[in-house]
Design a protein around this ligand. Sequence first.
Ligand code: CU
Length: 321
Amino acid sequence: MTGKLPAVLGRIVLPFLSLSLGACNLELMNPKGAVGAQEKDLILIALGLMLLVVIPVIVLTLVFAWRYREKNTKANYAPKWSHSTAIEVVVWSIPVVIVATLGVLIWKTTHSLDPYRPLESEVEPVKVEVVSLDWKWLFIYPDYGVATVNQLPVPVGTPINFRLTSGSNMNSFFIPQLGSQIYTMAGMQTKLHLIADEAGTYAGRSASFSGPGFSDMHFKAVAMPRERFDAWIKQAKTVPAVLDKATYQTLARPSAKAPVATYSHVTPGLFDSIVHSAMTGSMPDMTHMPEMAHHGAGDMPEMARHDAGHMPAGSVSQRNN
Ligand SMILES: [Cu+2]
């Protein structure tokens, strides 16, 4: 019995640990965009600061255990010892300095890496509207009127301004190599700003369990040079499939392992109507919700309701930059 336990632990825990660590570290430690790179630095700095405590504690534990072992007659024997100002100073001041440093660092980066904060760039951003569905990702490019499922082509070196919502369960949108993850929730809108600095294909996933099809809820973010992106848009506009209300409702039905798809035309305002439909329980007209209907969702926070983009352009752009 006792002999079996470590073997079982080894068989279950070790592969799991190496898998999870391997999967996370490789991607998080190998960022391909400015946001991801800053987050990598932040992780490493925070890790280093905490190791300033952890490593001495581990080393000193071993040193003390060895030095004050029973058989060592050379070590001081001090049964009455109770206080050392020097030790108190070290034990308190180092953690205070570390906590203060971490505090300042986190305060600053919480603001500089705020997912809602638009990225500074000379390049005009590309807008993408993300809808998490059971169990697939829908990406709408409102400026181009095209949409994709489970594939996210983006131009390199261009800020991507995401607006995100969910057509059903709560999910978490995450492209580890590009940076911050953010939640998607039905009836609400979240925002995220990312950039890819290198061309390549990056894994995207939901980082929030959302049901039986969740394990296959992957997508690929494909960062490509601007010319190739423009060519892709041109090509996408020739695809026969269109994303209208009926197509969306079919797409929104639960299904696992949804294949990559492209739609050449998206009904304008689809994203906003998906946000609103979660509040009213029905799929409204694509144009605009009657004021009664969505203002009747009394339990929604004011920001969330009015962040949905149907406000007069001036007031929205002022608040949202
Ligand atoms: Cu409103």
